[in-house]
Design a protein around this ligand. Structure first.
Ligand SMILES: NC(=O)c1ccc[n+]([C@@H]2O[C@H](COP(=O)([O-])OP(=O)(O)OC[C@H]3O[C@@H](n4cnc5c(N)ncnc54)[C@H](O)[C@@H]3O)[C@@H](O)[C@H]2O)c1
Length: 468
């Protein structure tokens, strides 16, 4: 069956109807209200700069390199080896030497001939790089979670709205068939009135960069042979072995950016920064922009939020090498009597997103779909007669971004959506850290009556970095 809803054929008004984006009026209004749609569509190919060439940057860029309407003209990274690899990849694809290399993203953003940027930098950097991009009128494909804190997310949304640029959040699951089918089933009421949602995320710490092996070999020379990086703290022989001078190829001082000053530990820089709250947000914030994003999509809550959040989590010592919560369970209460459980490391919550209604349930994950309503299991897409509400349809997240830059239409995952998708994760972490239930005013976007918790909505910036 051919899809009949595509970003290029849906008008802005229809888009609001399809997505329900017009239903709620939060403090931060949907981007479509401010609209990039009023802007002239750039003609010809979109000149794209890519920032961050680690785990995700290359994959995003590979997709952009395959889009004829897009031309990658610049690459930026703080690691000379990564930057060289980016430039080689782009030039290798085009068979020329035109891709320009940048160390400082601000120089790339200042280029007038760059229309758009792809940002795949660690979470600590999202807000600074994204607002710089938007303030230079660049359209942005920006990675999830929208930012390291809620206040930084708000700054991104404001900059995107003020500058009327197109934003695509890297929550690419929206551009995959089984997630679309699941969300449409729920949105069309086909499992009845939803009362519970389960969002299952990974637990623990995972050595993405493969750098822990080298350290563990060094640590094996110590009498107590420590093996667990979440137990090693400053002031121990193990910590001293983990700290080394940064490599000459990496500008470590700039890499730390607005995070607090701390020594270089190879095991928590590239890719594994996720396990250090100074830079990232652990499994919870790494994944919230995927499965909670899908949960909201199905519920029609792209501009909605919980009003009460509580959580329990296990925490390593605050100053441990890997210090993010490896096991956590969050309960978020939403309007319409809906309770969402977000958990990592609890066997009763299956990985992925599960909506439970009074007529049945639907579960979806990467490569997986299941429903208690048997007929849905064999369908690749929902039949037209059941699609009273048609959700935005995209099958290529990067192409959707380029198409929207050209058309001026909102993407499938605008900044406001990415913002709301990550909020339950941020609030869950805050609730766990303060050790009590928090109340959230989803319209004003403030925590009610809890000064200590409110402080965690933002974080101090290391000088000289300032969020405008
Ligand atoms: N959508 C997805 O499925 C997905 C998957 C993985 C990662 N991500 C997201 O992508 C982002 C990057 O994650 P990663 O795993 O690729 O990290 P990474 O550490 O592998 O790569 C980040 C790169 O950015 C560079 N960098 C850091 N600060 C910079 C700056 N100020 N200017 C230029 N370059 C800078 C680093 O040197 C590194 O090369 C994160 O936000 C992460 O959540 C998304």
């Amino acid at each position: 069956m051919k899809h009949n809803v595509s970003p290029s054929t849906v008008s802005r008004r229809q888009f609001l109807v399809h997505t329900g984006a017009a239903l709620a009026v939060p403090v931060i209004a949907p981007g479509s209200v401010f609209g990039a749609a009023g802007q002239p569509a750039p003609s010809g190919r979109i000149a794209l700069g890519v920032v961050g060439w680690g785990m995700q940057g290359p994959g995003n860029t590979a997709a952009f390199l395959n889009i004829p309407d897009c031309h990658v003209v610049a690459a930026c990274d703080l690691d000379k080896n990564h930057l060289q690899s980016a430039v080689n990849t782009v030039n290798g694809k085009y068979g020329n030497k035109d891709c320009q290399a940048y160390h400082d993203y601000r120089e790339l953003m200042a280029r007038k001939d760059v229309d758009a940027v792809m940002l795949a930098v660690p979470d600590t950097w999202h807000a600074l790089v994204a607002t710089e991009a938007a303030n230079h009128k660049k359209h942005v494909y920006g990675e999830k979670p929208l930012a390291r804190t809620i206040a930084e997310q708000q700054a991104i949304v404001r900059a995107v709205q003020k500058n009327k640029v197109i934003w695509q959040t890297g929550s690419w699951q929206r551009s995959v068939e089984n997630f679309h089918k699941a969300a449409e089933i729920v949105r069309n009421g086909l499992i009845g009135k939803v009362s519970r949602v389960e969002v299952g995320l990974p637990a623990g710490h995972y050595d993405f960069a493969g750098t822990s092996k080298e350290l563990l070999t060094k640590l094996a020379t110590l009498p107590d042979k420590p093996q667990d990086l979440s137990k090693i703290v400053p002031g121990t022989a193990a910590w001293d072995l983990a700290v080394t001078p940064p490599p000459a190829d990496l500008d470590y001082n700039m890499w730390l950016g607005p995070s607090q000053e701390e020594p270089y530990l190879k095991v928590r820089v590239h890719m594994n920064w996720r396990w250090n709250y100074n830079v990232g947000g652990g499994q919870l914030l790494d994944w919230i922009g995927h499965h909670c994003d899908i949960a909201h999509w199905g519920l029609g809550f792209d501009n909605e939020g919980p009003f009460e959040v509580e959580g329990q989590g296990e925490f390593p010592p605050k100053n441990a090498i890997w210090n993010t919560s490896p096991k956590y369970r969050i309960t978020a209460k939403y309007p319409q009597d809906i309770t969402m459980t977000i958990a990592g490391g609890y066997g009763d919550i299956r990985g992925g997103t599960k909506w439970i209604g009074d007529k049945g349930w639907v579960w979806v994950d990467r490569g997986g779909f299941q429903s208690s309503i048997e007929e849905f299991n064999d369908m690749s897409r929902l039949p037209e007669n059941l699609r009273k509400i048609k959700l935005y349809y995209s099958r290529n997240h990067q192409k959707n971004f380029i198409d929207c830059v050209k058309s001026g239409e909102p993407t499938i995952t605008p900044a406001e959506t990415g913002h709301h998708s990550a909020i339950p994760g941020h609030l869950g972490l805050i609730a766990m850290l303060v050790g009590r239930k928090i109340k959230w005013d989803a319209k004003q976007e403030v925590i009610i009556g809890d000064e200590a918790a409110s402080k965690l909505l933002s974080r101090p910036y290391r000088s000289p970095w300032k969020l405008a």
